[in-house]
Design a protein around this ligand. Structure first.
Ligand code: PNW
Length: 478
């Protein structure tokens, strides 16, 4: 079914710490991910981003690949601590750091590829974590993020017309401060974490992220949009859920609660300028910070242009009989891969948490469009193939599971557009190349390009070479 608009934006996505390496080049400051990856004993399967894919030195070759794949656009993130090594609003800007990203942007434009820039993909300057606890100081960090955003708009905004403030604030808050599996690794429920309070810190970090986003968008709207005329949004993750027992109204409520805890947490204040979802307030009480009138004034100045959706998988939700524990962050539901009838949500990919569920993706798109009313750009979608972690290069470049995943998810987008009336304007496959999959290390391969971590050689997988035709055959003619 041809339903993608003629001007549908598409390409591939990456994030700075996952690909760049060059961590000590040109005065870059450390980020919380440098620290986390060098913790001992290791919390990242021994992996770190010191070299990663060496994109810092190889970006021209990587952009040649992008061009060969026919990509119209490329989503990447800036390393805050390359631009402001210590991170703060009175700290020095690194001119070599600016020059690196400036060359990188020019290299994309020279190849006719539109840059989509994420300001923050989890790599907080370590300097801010040390100075005041980073995302735990709501007042300080939003001012420092606003200044960092200002530097980026000033230096790059003449050429960059598509901005994403934050990548997945849910993962930053929950994995960083509740379960502690991501940097900065704080948790009171994880034996590997020395410090943290999983009952309170994720909710504080969440507010800091919301207000940092809002300040950066308000700044763009008030001072830069009139001249630069770009677009700005945020990328939120969140799975779609269906009831474990379709006949049990309590499981239907569990489904809605789970999705509100995932997405409404951020989308209510950001897209609706409202308080957190009532079910969160009810469960979390005063552990959930309040928004003041001054906060709402900033949120009111921070209207976005689009909803960035990172979507990978779906699950079944089952209500719990017992009251929630203090460290629950999912809305007191059980998350399951099979429903009451034993029907699986979809085939398992190469990573335990990801099953392919395109029909639920379509429902997710339409639910989000109806709730928040903004054009949707899918800013991440993709998967590793089953068994890919153990494959040779020759085996891995044949990736039929990934191709089928892309096809079925593009079909779901077409249905959401044509049959449901949702507005979906673009799609970025995760990821341009195999890279550091955070705490899973280098084993889990999401790339459309194979990365040989010994030689750093890249080899296109079949999915990379066919992706353009997958999009074009679903596009309506202009
Ligand atoms: C996203 N989950 O993270 C990130 O934005 C990427 O940097 C990452 O490489 C990609 O997805 C693949 O994992 C997620 O457990 C990490 O549900 C984990 C989950 C979802 C998204």
């Amino acid at each position: 079914m041809a339903a993608l608009p003629a001007d549908f934006e598409w390409g591939f996505a990456t994030a700075s710490y996952q690909i760049e390496g060059g961590v000590d080049e040109n005065g870059r400051g450390k980020s919380i991910w440098d620290t986390f990856c060098h913790a001992s004993p290791s919390r990242t399967k021994g992996a770190d981003g010191d070299v990663a894919c060496d994109h810092y030195h190889r970006y021209p070759d990587d952009f040649d690949l992008l061009q060969r794949y026919g990509a119209k656009a490329y989503r990447f993130s800036l390393s805050w601590s390359r631009i402001v090594p210590l991170g703060g609003r009175n700290d020095a800007v690194s001119e070599p750091g600016i020059a690196f990203y400036s060359r990188l942007i020019d290299a994309l434009l020279a190849r006719g590829i539109t840059p989509w820039v994420t300001l923050y993909h989890w790599d907080l300057p370590q300097g801010l974590h040390d100075r005041y606890g980073g995302w735990l100081d709501v007042d300080e960090v939003q001012r420092d993020f606003e200044r960092y955003a200002r530097v980026c708009y000033e230096r790059f905004g003449g050429r960059v017309k598509h901005w994403i403030t934050l990548n997945e604030p849910w993962i930053q808050s929950i994995f960083g401060y509740a379960t502690g599996v991501n940097a900065p690794g704080r948790s009171s429920t994880n034996d590997q974490a020395a410090e943290g309070d999983s009952a309170t810190e994720p909710w504080i970090a969440g507010k800091a992220l919301i207000m940092s986003h809002a300040r950066a968008v308000a700044l763009y709207n008030n001072e830069f949009r009139p001249q630069q005329r770009g677009k700005i949004g945020i990328s939120l993750n969140g799975d779609f859920y269906e009831p474990w027992d379709a006949a049990d109204p309590r499981d239907h409520e569990a489904v809605e609660r789970r999705m509100q805890f995932h997405i409404g947490w951020f989308a209510n204040p950001i897209f609706l300028r409202k308080d957190y979802p009532p079910c969160m307030r009810q469960q979390l009480g005063d552990r959930l910070p309040r928004f003041s009138d001054a906060d709402f004034a900033i949120l009111g100045d921070a209207e976005c242009d689009f909803y960035g959706m990172n979507y990978y998988t779906s699950q079944f939700a089952r209500h719990r009989e017992e009251p929630p524990t203090e460290t629950d962050f999912v809305g007191n539901v059980e998350e399951l891969a099979e429903n009451k009838e034993g029907v699986s949500v979809g085939p398992l990919s190469g990573v335990h948490w990801l099953r392919s569920c395109p029909d639920m993706f379509r429902k997710h798109l339409t639910r989000i469009y109806r709730l928040y009313g903004k054009p949707i750009y899918i800013t991440e979608n993709g998967c590793p193939c089953p068994g890919e972690d153990k494959m040779t290069r020759e085996e891995a470049v044949e990736d039929p599971f990934r191709i089928a995943y892309f096809e079925s998810h593009l079909d779901a987008i077409c249905k959401a557009i044509k049959e449901d009336g949702s507005v979906i304007s673009g799609y970025f496959a995760w990821s341009l190349m195999d890279n550091l999959e955070w705490s899973d290390g280098y084993g889990v391969r999401f790339g459309v390009t194979f990365t040989d971590y010994e030689t750093l050689e890249r080899t296109p997988k079949k999915s990379a070479l066919v992706f353009k035709s997958l999009v074009e055959e679903r596009q309506v003619s202009a």
